[in-house]
Design a protein around this ligand. Structure first.
Ligand code: ZN
Length: 75
């Protein structure tokens, strides 16, 4: 059985799906029986989702500003 410490250490790997199937099963099993890790995992997923979304929004906006500047230069 996976310990809580182990689960926390591997949580981001699990969310990023960079984990082997055998390990994933162990994590899932732990999450099934451990409420505090389930809560931790939910929180971490939310944080990553928020950061990810923020990151995705920033990139195209920067590109638009850059293109606009290039347009203004050209005219
Ligand atoms: Zn736990």
């Amino acid at each position: 059985m996976l310990s809580c410490k182990h689960l926390v250490e591997q949580a981001s790997e699990y969310i990023d799906e960079e984990m082997s199937t055998g390990k994933r099963v162990q994590v899932k099993l732990h999450l099934f029986v451990c409420v505090s890790c389930r809560r931790y995992m939910k929180q971490l997923k939310l944080t990553i989702a928020m950061l990810g979304r923020k990151h995705h929004h920033q990139a195209p906006e920067e590109m638009c500003h850059h293109l606009l500047k290039e347009y203004q230069k050209a005219e």
